[in-house]
Structures are given as C-alpha cells and as structure tokens.
Design a protein around this ligand. Structure first.
Ligand code: NAD
Length: 321
C-alpha cells in the first residue's frame, strides 16, 4: 500500500491537476460511469466532533474509495491543529485490496476550488472581467486563486460579513497583479462571476445584487439548513450542480425546491455540459448558477492524481499491508 502524507501534498498537487481530475470525474458522473455512495455524517458525542464518510466508484477512472474525516471545532485552540481533518483511502477495484492512504486536508480545499473553476470554465461568459467574492475565509482564497485562471479578469471585488477578513482576498488579487475593492452587496452587480463561500445559514445574495449574464458559483452550502443565495435567484437562473440528489437535499437548491420555486428536474449536472449533452449557457443575459455541494468522487479523483504524482517523483511511502 502507498502512503502520501499531508505534508507532501502542497509540493505535489497543482491547480491544473486538480482541475482536470475534477472536470473528468464530473463528466464521468453525468455519463453514468461514476456514482457517489450515500454520505454518512455523525455527531459522535466526543469533542463536539462531526465525523463521516464520503465515498464512490468511478468505473471510467477505476477509482474506488472514501474520504473519512470531519470537523473538530476545538483542535486549533486546544492543540494548534486545523479543525477540518480528513484522510482519503483508495482501494483496488479489481481485488478490494487497500491501495493508498492520502492526506485529505489540502486536497479538500483544492478540489473545492477546482469545482467552482470548472463551473466558470464551462458556464461563465467568455468576456467576464470582474470577479466578486462573497466570503473571505480559508476556502475563499483557494476559490479565488483558481478562478482567476479561468478568464481574463481585470478586477476583484469582495464582501464579507466580517470585513476584517477581506485582506485575505486582497492578498490573492495582489498576487495576480489585480486591483481589489471591498463593496456592499449592491456593488456585486458589477461582477460577471460571483463565488459565494461562507458558513451562512441565511440568504446573503439577493436578486437585486446580481446583474444579468452573471455566473454564480455557490460553494458554501454543503449541509441541510445552510444558505447563501435567495431562492428567487435560483428560480431566475439556469441551475447546474455536481450531484442533483445532494443539490436538493444539502445544497443551495434545497430551499428553492422546498418552496416550490424550482423542481429537481430543472437542475442539470455540470458534467452534462462538459460532455456536450447540455448546451450550458444559452445567452449573454442568462444568469447561470452552479450549486457546488462537494462529492466524494471529487476527493477520490484528486487523491488518485496525487498518488500518481507521488509515485512519479518517488515520494510515495510503500508499506507491506
Ligand atoms: P472559514 O471559517 O475559514 O470562513 C467562513 C466564512 O464564512 C468567512 O468568510 C466568514 O466571514 C463567513 N461567515 C461566517 N458566518 C457567517 C454568517 N452567519 N453569514 C455570512 N457569512 C458568514 O471557513 P471555510 O473553510 O472558508 O469554509 C467556508 C464554507 O465552505 C463552510 O461552510 C464549509 O462547510 C464550506 N465548504 C464547502 C465545500 C464544498 O465542497 N461545497 C468544501 C469545503 C468547505
């Protein structure tokens, strides 16, 4: 069995490799070649932790396995460790034998950033110039850095509930040589692409904050009850997602569907656009919205890519198992 420790991931994994792994697996899901297993997520009654498993099988990429982990809210204050902890386990689909164990913390950030980037590549207008960020936490910096590679953006604007975090975005914009402007939510109308990545449980982005022709990637809502966007915006937009069953249960669409504003059948898989089975954006005025809920197959895809890179570079640790 091969082990790729968390400490090696930063030097191994590139944004390009994460992008193509996620793009390919979204395509496989839409083609019916890959499927996600039901998600298990439990409050374990110890350290206030939420622990669970996200798994799946990609018959096209021959990737089988799961990501195990979750959220330990006291890690940072008690132990100086990050609160999100996860590990990916890959298995040989021919034999069931354990194949690899891979640190999953940085990979989670990279695969989530890759998902919104894939949505921008396939759904945003080609002439998009201004990118707007709603959220400025840990994940937001990864989302922004990856998104900036998808279009010829010339400005970053941002809003965050906690404005003291906005310099996180400004730093990423500066790295790319772009100006950054903090805006009120009304100011988001200047954006051609908006990424929302917060821990909000109430709608932040309303219909009047979004101009025609915008692409919105909603990335924060990954649990029942969370919400970042007004349901009316989903009713107005062409809605795409990674996995329809997750979109309507734990994703942004849960609210619009519960209110009867859209139906499950109105939501398309982003993979279908990648495969050419769905036309994607239909006009320069259309609002497109990607509901990125985060699927196990994304984790497996980036972990498999990192194992290949680790083997290539002689970094993977081999153990007899
Ligand atoms: P973080 O704690 O670093 O940042 C949280 C962000 O949310 C900050 O911008 C903060 O100001 C904002 N925020 C907090 N409470 C808010 C509220 N009530 N209203 C509006 N904004 C609020 O967290 P992170 O690591 O950046 O993760 C952000 C979110 O992304 C989390 O909800 C996480 O579960 C989600 N996430 C989703 C995926 C996916 O695949 N879809 C993957 C990873 C993380």
């Amino acid at each position: 069995m091969l082990i790729v420790p968390e400490r090696e991931i930063a030097d191994l994994m590139t944004r390009e490799a994460a992008f193509s792994a996620v793009e390919q697996v979204f395509a496989s899901m839409a083609a019916g070649d890959a499927y996600n297993f039901p998600v298990v997520r439990e409050a374990i009654g110890h350290e206030d932790a939420l622990y669970g498993f996200k798994g799946g099988f990609d018959r096209a990429g021959l990737t089988l396995g799961l990501k195990a982990g979750g959220y330990w809210p006291h890690n940072l204050e008690k132990r100086g460790m990050i609160n999100h902890q996860s590990t990916v386990f890959l298995f040989d689909p021919d034999t069931g034998k354990a194949k690899a164990m891979v640190g999953g913390n940085l990979l989670t950030a990279l695969r989530t950033a890759a998902a919104s980037s894939v949505s921008i590549r396939h759904l945003a207008r080609e002439d998009a110039k201004v990118i707007g960020m709603v959220g400025a936490g840990h994940q937001a910096t990864f989302q922004l850095r990856a998104a900036l590679e998808q279009r010829d953006f010339d400005k970053v604007i941002g809003w965050n509930l906690h404005p003291e975090m906005l310099p996180n975005l400004e730093k990423v914009a500066a790295e790319a040589g772009l100006p950054f402007e903090a805006v009120e939510l009304e100011g988001m109308r200047a954006a051609d692409v908006i990424i929302s990545i917060t821990s909000s449980f109430d709608a932040i982005l309303m219909e009047e904050h979004v101009a025609p022709g915008t692409h919105i990637a909603c990335m924060g809502t990954d649990t029942k009850g969370k919400q970042e966007v007004a349901p009316a915006l989903l009713a107005k937009a062409a809605v795409f997602t990674d996995e329809v069953s997750q979109s309507v249960s734990i994703g942004e669409a849960q609210h619009a569907v519960a209110q009867g504003l859209i139906r499950e059948a109105d939501i398309a898989q982003l993979g279908a656009v990648i495969n050419g089975a769905h036309p994607g954006r239909r006009s320069a005025e259309e609002i497109t919205l990607f509901d990125g809920t985060g699927v196990g197959l994304q984790d497996l895809a980036v972990a498999a890519a990192v194992v290949d890179l680790a083997v290539e570079k002689g970094i993977a640790i081999e153990v007899d198992f």
